[in-house]
Ligand binder design. Structure first.
Ligand code: TRP
Length: 450
């Protein structure tokens, strides 16, 4: 055990863990993905289902996953193997770790391409190209980037290189410092955007779109998407938070830290929604336009507010930081495993894993331009990879983690780890029954079985 700790390093404090875990949770999922998914899925009802999934499924699984990590103290694959052995259950449980590593690779491969878009926008904003922009110009700017694989390749490569550089430095050094600055900055910037949005003509329409549920707009697939987004945004089901838990000192309360992280994550997603939809409606944009939503709408807000190009530049810099602290979490399980089992140095392990993600990402990159007409089940490669990871692999990993933590880990041990006091019985009910059954029912419903 001691060896693993030396190999991994440990968070220096409770605050360091909270920063890192929020860094993993808060990312493109909150600022880019949540708004466009809720736009595509009809607004308020989607938001409600999402919130229910965060509280009833996500939060208990976040505690469970962190706890398993701290008990195992290794990469997710080895942690699951060790805990299964300790509990006397089948070794096949270690495949939960493998499922996670695979999901992390696939997610990061496209995550990096989208993060590349936000890097491109740092320079668009900074160069003043989007001052006083019209909705048509904002749309054109985004379409131009989407249609240019060479430009995206440069940014995708730069983003993966930056990720590898930080990951190779180890958990506490590179990461803690970045997260400490980024989080408060992002929060303030979103607040400023929300205040701006409150003064636009589309504000009330935007707010009722966000917060007035129309359940007739919910389909089986949108339930699945809302649940997948809860896993994605909290960063659950693939070992990210498990590996962070493995660096967590024993005295930190997992229960309280998880509640904090889940609250911060949800708040940031909602604040992004409040910033974006009023601008969308003020400019007669389509809320369901898909992955381009923030890139076509936010420049309109920045382009018309005083000091907009400065704020816009800062905003996309912060989005870049938010993305990179999540990217690190996505790749960390693989890097931890490579350095434990293949005795590679962290530097080498990071380079290999980063290269693999970069390579996979080329597929996504092409799927936005030349490959846009290549589809499977009506989905482009990007949409397919996103669906398989967020909506299938993460919830499946989440169920397995819930079952392991709720049914295999001894009650007394989990009570001790989580330190939830009298709330512990609620966690037990959620993790043993509510979370696995809800995921199962939503799967079945989406497949048309229920
Ligand atoms: N939660 C991050 C975001 O919202 C992305 C992320 C980090 C993630 N770790 C993860 C997604 C693990 C799924 C699983 O941008």
């Amino acid at each position: 055990m001691t060896d693993q700790r030396l190999l991994h390093g440990q968070w220096s404090s409770r605050l360091a863990f909270i920063l890192a875990a929020s860094g993993s949770a808060i990312g493109l999922g909150n600022i880019w993905k949540f708004p466009y998914l809720l736009g595509e899925n009809g607004g308020g009802a989607f938001v409600l289902v999402y919130l229910a999934c965060v509280v009833g499924i996500g939060l208990p699984i976040m505690m469970a996953e962190t706890m398993l990590g701290r008990r195992g103290r290794q990469s997710p694959i080895n942690t699951m193997a060790a805990l299964a052995e300790e509990a006397g259950v089948h070794r096949a449980w270690r495949y939960v770790g493998w499922l996670g590593v695979a999901a992390g690779f696939l997610i990061l491969s496209y995550y990096s391409v989208i993060a590349g878009w936000s890097m491109a926008y740092i320079f668009k904003m900074g160069g003043g190209f989007l001052n006083n922009v019209t909705p048509q110009m904002a749309q054109q700017t985004f379409q131009d980037i989407k249609a240019a694989p060479d430009v995206q390749l440069v940014w995708h490569t730069a983003f993966m290189a930056a990720t590898v550089l930080i990951v190779s430095k180890g958990v506490s050094q590179g990461l803690e410092r970045v997260a400490r600055l980024m989080m408060p900055g992002l929060f303030l910037m979103l607040l400023a955007l929300d205040i701006y949005a409150a003064g636009t003509s589309g504000f009330s329409q935007g707010m009722s779109f966000l917060f007035k549920p129309e359940f007739s707009k919910l389909t089986g697939e949108s339930l699945l998407v809302a649940m997948g987004q809860a896993f994605f945004s909290l960063g659950l089901g693939m070992g990210s938070i498990m590996v962070y838990g493995s660096y967590l000192p024993d005295h930190v309360s997992i229960g309280r830290s998880s509640i904090f992280v889940a609250t911060a994550d949800t708040l940031v997603a909602l604040m992004a929604g409040v910033a974006i939809f009023p601008v969308v409606f003020s400019n007669q944009l389509a809320p369901g336009m898909g992955p381009g939503l923030i890139f076509e709408s936010l420049p309109l807000a920045f382009g018309h507010m005083p000091g907009g190009s400065l704020f816009g530049t800062l905003f996309f810099i912060l989005v870049f930081f938010a993305a990179i602290t999540s990217a690190i979490a996505l790749i960390e399980p693989a890097v931890a495993w490579l350095s434990e089992n293949r005795s590679l140095s962290r530097v080498r392990a990071s380079i290999y894993a980063g290269f693999a993600c970069w390579f996979l990402g080329l597929g996504t990159l092409i799927s936005f331009s030349h490959g846009a007409s290549v589809t499977w089940f009506g989905k482009t490669l990007f949409e397919l990879v996103d669906f398989i990871t967020a909506d299938l692999m993460l919830p499946a990993g989440g169920i397995l983690i819930a079952v392991f933590a709720g049914w295999i880990v001894k009650k007394q041990e989990s009570a001790q780890e989580l330190e939830l006091g009298s709330y512990f019985c609620y966690w037990r009910i959620l993790i043993r029954y509510v979370a696995p059954l809800s995921v199962f029912i939503i799967f079945a419903h989406a497949m048309g079985l229920l």
